[in-house]
Design a protein around this ligand. Structure first.
Ligand SMILES: Cc1ncc(COP(=O)(O)O)c(C=O)c1O
Length: 451
């Protein structure tokens, strides 16, 4: 049994200065399970009790090359010598922007921000300015950051299908009800639902905000048919199509989900993998739309274009563009799926994988979920219990099947063998304890409860 004595003690101390003892609600896993990290290297991290984990959370995706990558950290150190932030531009902004445009054809013009939230917030503002329409559509189960316009979710856990669409609820308190009418939601892969909403409300809707592989919702993936239909509906109804690539960008392909699925956004957003974990994000897109910035739309921020993050982004993108890093991450993900599948099939456990091998959802059901509503038909209680056993054995995954497993370049053959070995043990223990312990943590529920 792993000891979390120091983490538990630290939690009590932290609670006196930090709400929930952490710096983001999603890191709070309960008073006896909240982890504090000592350090990370490659695909592994160590908590303050010195427990070692092979990490498949990777900070929700950023560490595409692995933690403390020497190549990126060296570049970041050089960025430090530039001096930080000046509230003035530096030459590197142009260089990084040019590389992004080369990798992602939709990114004709680029603006830098600091977080995914900021980038998506800017994208929505630009879309509103461009169309003169304030409303937006989001997919059910979609997550786009912590600003009020997108902090609404579809309550599928309590949902009764006979009663119609799931109820839309705010993510926690403090989200103003007054902006609720701006928000519309549709199930993934249901172009008819999009068309129905646009027929009725197109005069109020300026943006369709979509994660084409839903990195916060099982890695559910948009079909090419759906993307094609949505693309043409957006064109027909003067709606800006924003593809949020905060998780998929520079991960599922060099050109992100757009390259993988053959679609071109009007605006797109990037963050996580962009600088291997250094804080930087991007809103980019069609020149005529992006030119609204500076021509009516304000975008800025004291820390935007920070010399350390820019240098890290420059090096990370150079590696991702010029080496086969993404191909090797994809191969690791595919090998992992085969290994996990063999273990589960040998025990007659129905399962399926969803998404791209570099960010994979694992489900316990005969059929993979096709949209968020389907997720409730999977055995997520088994997943939650299994995740906790994996933690005990040193494999870190989110204890909620809605968050995919993330792969990085540093996941190697040793990681694979160790993961499969421990997964097999964890599955057997979970089956033994199949009266699943009701104290399992469900961060998504906490996400909802705590906002
Ligand atoms: C698709 C997507 N958009 C936006 C965000 C918000 O990014 P950040 O947490 O950097 O603000 C996230 C975060 O997980 C995300 O996955």
């Amino acid at each position: 049994m792993r000891s979390l004595e120091k983490s538990n003690q630290h939690f009590k101390k932290a609670l006196s200065k930090l709400p929930l003892g952490v710096s983001s609600n999603f890191r709070y896993w309960g008073e006896d399970k909240t982890l504090y990290v000592r350090r990370g290297k490659g695909a592994r991290l160590w908590d303050i009790d010195d427990n070692e984990y092979i990490d498949y959370r990777l900070g929700y995706g950023p560490a595409i090359l692995g933690y403390a990558d020497e190549r990126v950290d060296q570049a970041a150190r050089e960025g430090m010598h530039v001096g930080g932030v000046f509230a003035l531009g530096t030459e590197l902004e142009y260089e990084v922007a040019s590389r992004i445009s080369r990798m992602v054809p939709a990114a004709e013009l680029v603006r830098f921000s600091n977080s995914g939230t900021e980038a998506v917030m800017a994208a929505l503002r630009i879309a509103r300015a461009h169309t003169g329409k304030d409303g937006h559509i989001i997919l059910e189960g979609g997550y786009h950051g912590v600003f009020s316009e997108v902090m609404w979710y579809s309550e599928v856990e309590e949902w009764v299908p006979e009663d119609g669409a799931p109820e839309v609820m705010p993510y926690g308190n403090g989200v103003p009800q007054i902006i609720r009418p701006l928000f519309h939601s549709v199930p993934l892969n249901d172009a008819n639902a999009v068309e129905d909403i646009l027929k009725e409300h197109h005069q109020d809707i300026g943006a369709f905000l979509i994660e084409a592989i839903m990195g916060n919702c099982c890695s559910l993936t948009a079909s090419s048919e759906f993307l094609r239909d949505v693309r043409s509906l957006c064109d027909r109804y003067d709606v800006v199509m924003i593809i949020d690539e905060v998780k998929t960008g520079f991960r599922v392909a060099k050109g992100g989900a757009q390259e993988l699925l053959g679609v071109k956004a009007d605006l797109c957003t990037f963050a996580k993998a962009l600088a291997n974990g250094y804080p930087i994000s991007v809103v980019a897109g069609r020149e005529d739309i992006m030119r609204n910035v500076g021509d009516g739309v304000v975008h800025g921020g004291t820390f935007t274009g920070h010399s350390v993050s820019l240098a890290a982004a420059n090096k990370t993108l150079e590696i991702l563009e010029e080496t086969d890093a993404l191909a090797s991450i994809e191969k690791y993900g595919t090998d992992l799926q085969h290994g996990l599948s063999k273990i589960l099939s040998a025990r007659g456990i129905a399962h399926s994988f969803v998404g791209h091998p570099s960010m994979t959802g694992l489900f316990f059901s005969d059929d993979p979920p096709k949209n968020y509503r389907d997720w409730i038909n999977t055995d997520y209680a088994f997943y939650d219990a299994l995740a906790l056993e994996l933690h005990e054995l040193g494999i870190l995954v989110e204890p909620d099947s809605r968050e995919p497993w993330f792969m990085c370049e540093a996941h190697d053959v040793e990681c694979l063998a160790e993961t499969l070995d421990k997964f097999e043990t964890a599955v057997d223990i979970t089956i033994e304890n199949s009266q699943a312990d009701k104290s399992t943590i469900n961060t998504a529920q906490k996400r909802r409860k705590n906002g």
